[in-house]
Design a protein around this ligand. Structure first.
Ligand code: ADP
Ligand code: MG
Length: 240
């Protein structure tokens, strides 16, 4: 799905945030990229997601060497291949979530009605079928993140990249989001989650640890779940 060879990312000021990373992520796997704050995780995610081009080295996505693509071709490849989820949910303020999710299909040549139909279906899938006309400020953090995931998924990309998806959530909402990501993986989506949280990392098949922009450990555990997901619903009487 993604292959990096000796990839580097240097910023002006001389910081080598990614300092020579070779990494292959197979289709259908789930991978955690773990490391402390400042270790280069987000910079690496930007390379994996083709939001940024490397200063050196090679990156291929879904069989395409990105150095050979124009910016326009790269955006098109990104739009059909990758869904992004961020720590801050990045939902448009004041826009009902049905429309925000439908807009995830704007660049795919899908007609308006069909966009809304698929958006409703995807919101059902993340457990928000009863909240279609709510605006982000009327939702909990966990619901906002599930909306962001729905928006990333509505175009059915084979790859989902998430940067600290539970970073702004309480423990219970974080568990719901991780359960959703694991379900998506079980249904065939390749998942890459960036996190500084080991409890999150161990829920994925493979843990790649980075420090100072380099891989220092790469472990495949098969997604052992450290602590079983708690029955949050019975606590609060509903979804967090
Ligand atoms: P992480 O996500 O693991 O916290 P980042 O990839 O955000 O790490 O940052 C890695 C290093 O690169 C840090 O030292 C950070 O200060 C630096 N850095 C990140 N983005 C930029 C930028 N746009 N310009 C200059 N330096 C940056
Ligand atoms: Mg980061």
């Amino acid at each position: 799905m993604i292959a990096l060879r000796d990839a580097e990312k240097a910023y002006s000021g001389g910081v080598r945030a990614v300092a020579g990373v070779s990494l292959t992520i197979e289709r259908g796997t789930s991978v955690a990229i773990v490391g402390r704050s400042g270790s280069g995780k987000s910079s690496l995610l930007n390379l994996l997601g083709t939001l940024d081009r490397p200063s050196a080295g090679e990156i291929s996505i879904d069989g395409h060497d990105i150095a050979r693509l124009s910016d326009g071709q790269l955006s098109a490849l990104r739009a059909r291949t990758i869904g992004f989820v961020f720590q801050r949910f990045h939902l448009p303020e004041g826009v009902p979530i049905l429309d925000a999710v439908a807009d995830g299909l704007l660049y795919r040549g899908v007609a308006g009605r069909e966009r809304r139909r698929r958006a409703a279906q995807t919101l059902e899938r993340v457990g928000l079928g009863h909240r279609l006309h709510h605006r982000p400020n009327e939702l909990s953090g966990g619901e906002q993140q599930r909306t962001a995931i729905a928006r990333a998924l509505v175009g059915e990309p084979p790859l989902l990249l998430a940067d600290e998806p539970t970073g702004n959530l309480d423990v219970a909402s974080g568990e719901v989001v991780m359960r959703l990501l694991r379900d998506l993986h079980a249904a065939g989506t390749t998942i890459v989650v960036i996190t500084h949280d080991r409890e999150v990392a161990v829920q994925l098949d493979r843990q790649v640890e980075i420090a100072d922009g380099r891989i220092v450990r790469d472990t495949t555990t098969g997604g052992a779940i450290a602590s079983p997901v708690r029955a949050t619903a019975s606590f609060s009487g509903g979804r967090p």
